[in-house]
Structures are given as C-alpha cells and as structure tokens.
Design a protein around this ligand. Structure first.
Ligand SMILES: Nc1ncnc2c1ncn2[C@@H]1O[C@H](COP(=O)(O)OP(=O)(O)OP(=O)(O)O)[C@@H](O)[C@H]1O
Length: 249
C-alpha cells in the first residue's frame, strides 16, 4: 500500500481546560481529497494550524512525506511542500495579480517572501506566473492590482499562488467561504483537477462541495474524530447524522 503523504498520530492541543484537539489521528493518501467536517468550534482550524506549523501541538506527531515536522516552523514546512492556503492571504494588495504570483514563483526558486529582489520585468518569473493565472482562469486580470479584484477573483489568485509554490500537499481551510453558487461550482471543478497535482486536506462547510469532491471524510466533534469513511459511509452513519449532518444529509 502507498505511504501516506501526511500522517497525523494522536495529536493533542488544549487551550486552558478546552481540548481543541483531543487525540486526532488521520492520513492523507497520495491523490486523495480528504475532507474534514464538523460543527463550528470542533477544532478544524486548530488542527490545520498545527499541521501548517502556526500552532505547536501539546503532544502527538505530524509526519509529512515520512519526515517528522516537530520543531519546523511554517516557512520550513512550506518549503518542503506543505503549504496552507486560504484564510491566510499572502496577497500584496497594491501589486498586480501577476506580480503577486511572480513573488511566489521567486520564493519557490529560493528567495523568501521577506527578502525578495525586485521582480518587475523578470521574464523567468513572469512566464510561469502567467501560466498559473491561466490555470485558475485569471489571466485576463493579470495587470489588475490584487486590491481591485473581486472576492472570488482573490480566491483564484490565492490558488495560483499556492500552485506557484509547488506544494506536495494542499491544506485548504474553507476555500468556498464567501463564494456565490457559481463561484463554488467552478472552484469545485478546479479542486477536482487539483488533486492530480497533490492531495488535499479540505476543511469545508459547503456539503455539496464536500460530497462532490471527497474520497474520504473525517468528522471532527469536540476535538475528536468520530468517524472516517467514504461519502456514502459518512452520509449513512447514524452517529454522524446525529452529531453533525442532521436531516439535511
Ligand atoms: N487561540 C485560542 N485560544 C483559546 N481558544 C481557542 C483558540 N483557538 C481556538 N480556540 C477554541 O478552540 C475550539 C476550536 O476552534 P477552531 O477554530 O479550531 O474550530 P473550527 O472547527 O475551525 O470552527 P469553525 O468551523 O467555526 O471555523 C473553539 O472552542 C475555539 O473557541
């Protein structure tokens, strides 16, 4: 059997008396979209923060491509290909869409975001950056400042940036949030293709998107995974229906 790209074992994180992550174990396998669902406050974002390196766990292990992530900060994890996108907008609002992606291409080529050299006019960056914008359907807005893009377009730009960083796994935290039905539909289609590039751990409240995309779903309630299974298994699990999905499922 293939090795997991991401392997989480018995992860724990408390905020005072609150157990936000209470012994979570889960795997992200090559090529899969593994959705993490659960009610508000279940601990989904806290889990993503621990994986990306912005919150240190109290105990437990996170292995990415076989390597223990303990002690590695966000930048080091991103460099290894474990990047969190969405809800941490790394956009420079005054820069054009193209320039934002060029910075990401440059970061991937070795420089960090903080110490970038001037990128304006650098063809070795502009070519790949424009290709990313084309992939997400934003090429026509290449010269528009990020601040002037619509909400949906900014999301597309964030995906282009995530792609430019060459991730080996995507951590997506509520990518559909704030999108209209049309935007969600086209993002769903895009994410469906994205799994060919790298597996996706997807936190999402939009159940249409989750049921359309997920190979597996894990349900988090009060910091614990109460079920993991296929879409059908999760939809038909009585405990999950009671704890989370209700009759809407
Ligand atoms: N820095 C913090 N300090 C104290 N409590 C926190 C902190 N971050 C999160 N929490 C608490 O931990 C619990 C889990 O929060 P988290 O944001 O991870 O849930 P979530 O499943 O992502 O929720 P939502 O779906 O609403 O985004 C909540 O009770 C929250 O109030």
């Amino acid at each position: 059997m293939a090795e997991p790209v991401l392997e989480i074992r018995d992860l724990r994180k408390s905020f005072g008396a609150l157990k936000a992550t209470d012994g979570v174990s889960l795997d992200l396998m090559p090529g899969e979209i593994h959705a993490l669902i659960g009610p508000n406050g279940a601990g989904k974002s806290t889990l993503i923060h621990q994986i990306s390196g912005s919150i240190p766990p109290d105990s437990g292990t996170i292995r990415f491509l076989g390597r223990d992530m303990a002690g590695l900060d966000m930048a080091a994890r991103a460099k290894l290909g474990l990047g969190r996108s969405f809800q941490i907008s790394s956009l420079a609002p005054e820069f054009s869409a193209l320039r934002n992606v060029m910075l990401a291409v440059q970061a991937r080529q070795g420089s960090s975001f903080r110490f970038f050299r001037p990128v304006k006019g650098d063809r070795s960056l502009a070519g790949p950056a424009l290709a990313m914008l084309e992939r997400v359907g934003l090429a026509a807005r290449a010269n528009t400042p990020a601040a002037e893009l619509s909400h949906g377009e900014r999301r597309q730009l964030e995906i282009a940036i995530a792609l430019a960083l060459g991730p080996k796994a995507f951590l997506l935290d509520e990518p559909m949030a704030g999108m209209g039905p049309e935007g969600s539909k086209s993002l769903t289609k895009f994410l469906d293709g994205l799994r060919r590039q790298a597996p996706i751990l997807l936190v999402e409240h939009d159940m249409d998107a989750v049921f359309a995309l997920a190979d597996r779903i894990s349900v988090l309630v009060y910091g614990r995974i109460v079920a993991t299974g296929t879409v059908d298994e999760i939809r038909n699990d009585p405990e999950v229906r009671r704890a989370y999905l209700g009759e809407a499922a």
